[in-house]
Design a protein around this ligand. Structure first.
Ligand code: PLP
Length: 438
C-alpha cells in the first residue's frame, strides 16, 4: 500500500528532528499526516486526532485556513521573494515591523527578521554583543540563561539552552554562556557577581518555560530580574517564541508580568506555522543607539530575513487573532483546561501537580505528592501513547527526571473540544494507572 511504501521510504531516507533515531528507524512514523482542519489533524489511514500541542506550540489559529493560503498565493504570484539586505525592502516586511511595534511589550519598536526561533536567539546574542561593542564596553559578552530553558538548536541557542541534555548532545559549545537557577532571582545575582557584572552582555529568559517542562515563574521573579538587570546595566532579553501571539492569554507572555524587556525573540505563532518566520525586536533606546553609534555595516542577516510571503502570512495571521478574539479565548479556555486538569488530579492518584497560563499547560506525575517522588518508569510517555490511540496527540517532558505532559492546543479551541480532550486524557491516564498497578 501507499502507506507502507511511504513508511519504508521514511525509515530509509528521512532523518527526523528531535526523534529517537533507533526507534524511528525500526518502526517508522506513527502518523503520516495528510490534512489539517481546525484543531484536528488527519493521517493517511484516516485517523483523526486532536492536535493538543498546536503541532509544535505554533499553529495558534488552527489548521486549514484558506484565507492564509490565498494571501500566500497572491504574494507568491506578485513578489515571491526579493532581498531585504542593504537598501532593499518590501511592503509586507515593512507593515509587519510596524504592526509588531504596535503590539509588543514596552517600547520594543524595531524588528530584525529571521526564519525561526533558533535563528532569532543567535541573532539576539549577536545584536546584544554588537550593542556593547558600539557602546564602548566590548568586555560585555557573556550571556546568562536559566536552567530548564530551551532556546533552540543553532550554536548560540544550544549553548544558551539550560536543558543539559541538549548541550550534551554535542561535544563543543559556544563560549561565554552561563546558567542561573530558573526560579531564583538571587541565583541570577550570584552568577552576575561571580562572573563579574562588567563582563555580562545579557540575560535571556522565556516568560513561561515550555520545552523544559512548563515552568511558570512568580510575578516577583521577573520584577526582580528587571531590577537586577538595571542595577548592573545588563540587557534583558525575553524569548517569546512559544509564549508570543496569544498563547498564554495575553498578546505576549511578558504582559502578565508588567515588565518591559530590552529585546525580544519571537517565531512560531507569528505565522501560526503557515510560513517560516521569526525575529528579534529591540527597544527604541537600543535602536537609537544603534543608529547613532554605528558607522559600519550591520554584518548579520539571513537570505530569508523579511521574506515577503512569510511576512504577508504573518500580517493576516495577526489580523485573524485579533478579529476572532483569540487572545481572550486563550485566556478563557485556559481556565477551562486548567479546571479539567484539576478534576483529573482529584480523580487520579498519580497526578502530583497541574498548572496552566492561558492555553499553555501541564500535568505532572508523581508517585508521592508530599515528597515529590517520581515513578521508577515515567508515566507521561505512556499516557502520550494511550492518548494518541484515543485521538489526542501530546508531548511528554522527561528531562532532569521530570514526568510531565505538556499542552498547547490551538487558540480557537472551544469548551466542548476542551472537554473532549479531558475525556480522552481521563481514559488514557486510567489505562496507564491500571497497567502499573497490575
Ligand atoms: N525558543 C523557544 C522558547 C522555543 O520553544 C523554541 C522552539 O521550540 C525555539 C526558541 C527554537 O525555535 P525554532 O525551532 O523555530 O528554531
Amino acid at each position: 500500500s501507499k502507506i507502507e511504501e511511504l513508511r519504508e521510504l521514511d525509515k530509509k531516507h528521512y532523518l527526523h528532528p528531535t526523534s529517537p533515531i533507533g526507534a524511528q528507524q525500526e518502526h517508522g512514523p506513527a502518523f503520516i499526516f495528510t490534512k489539517g482542519e481546525g484543531i484536528y489533524l488527519t493521517d493517511m489511514s484516516d485517523q483523526k486526532v486532536i492536535d493538543g500541542m498546536s503541532s509544535l506550540w505554533n499553529v495558534n489559529i488552527g489548521h486549514g485556513r484558506s484565507e492564509i493560503s490565498e494571501v500566500a498565493s497572491k504574494q507568491m504570484s506578485t513578489l515571491a521573494f526579493s532581498s531585504s539586505f542593504a537598501t532593499f525592502s518590501n511592503e509586507p516586511a515593512i507593515r509587519l515591523s510596524a504592526k509588531l511595534a504596535e503590539i509588543a511589550p514596552g517600547d520594543l519598536t524595531a524588528t530584525f527578521f529571521t526564519s525561526g526561533g533558533s535563528e532569532s536567539n543567535d541573532t539576539a546574542y549577536k545584536l546584544a554583543r554588537h550593542y556593547w561593542i558600539l557602546k564602548g564596553e566590548p568586555k560585555r559578552k557573556k550571556i546568562i540563561s536559566r536552567t530548564h530553558s530551551y532556546h533552540g538548536v543553532a550554536m548560540g541557542a544550544t549553548s544558551a539552552t539550560g536543558i543539559q541534555a541538549f548541550r550534551d548532545f554535542t561535544n563543543s559549545l559556544a563560549p561565554d554562556f552561563h546558567y542561573a537557577d530558573h526560579m531564583s532571582s538571587e541565583a541570577l545575582r550570584q552568577v552576575i557577581e561571580s562572573e563579574g557584572p562588567e563582563t555580562i552582555a545579557a540575560f535571556i529568559s522565556e516568560p513561561v518555560q515550555g520545552a523544559g517542562g512548563l515552568h511558570i515563574a512568580t510575578k516577583e521573579y521577573f520584577k526582580a530580574v528587571r531590577e537586577i538587570c538595571d542595577e548592573y546595566g545588563i540587557l534583558f532579553i525575553t524569548d517569546e517564541v512559544i509564549t508570543g501571539f496569544g498563547r498564554t492569554g495575553t498578546y505576549f507572555g511578558m504582559d502578565h508580568y508588567d515588565v518591559a524587556p530590552d529585546m525580544m525573540c519571537f517565531a512560531k505563532g507569528v505565522t501560526s506555522g503557515y510560513a517560516q518566520l521569526g525575529g528579534v525586536m529591540i527597544s527604541s533606546r537600543m535602536h537609537e543607539d544603534f543608529t547613532k553609534l554605528s558607522t559600519g555595516t550591520l554584518l548579520h542577516g539571513y537570505t530569508y530575513s523579511g521574506h515577503p510571503v512569510a511576512c504577508a502570512v504573518a500580517l493576516r495571521n495577526l489580523e485573524i487573532i485579533e478579529r476572532e478574539n483569540l487572545i481572550a479565548n486563550s485566556s478563557q479556555m485556559g481556565v477551562e483546561m486548567l479546571n479539567g486538569f484539576k478534576n483529573l488530579q482529584d480523580t487520579f492518584e498519580s497526578i502530583g501537580d497541574v498548572r496552566a497560563l492561558g492555553l499553555m499547560g501541564a500535568i505532572e506525575f508523581m508517585k508521592d505528592k508530599e515528597k515529590g517522588d517520581r515513578f521508577p518508569q515515567p508515566l507521561a510517555p505512556m499516557v502520550v501513547t494511550e492518548a494518541a490511540k484515543r485521538g489526542l496527540i501530546l508531548r511528554s517532558v522527561v528531562f532532569n527526571g521530570q514526568d510531565t505532559l505538556v499542552f498547547s492546543p490551538p487558540l480557537i479551541i472551544t469548551k466542548e473540544q476542551i472537554n473532549d480532550m479531558i475525556s480522552i486524557l481521563h481514559e488514557a491516564i486510567k489505562a496507564v494507572e491500571t497497567s502499573i498497578i497490575q
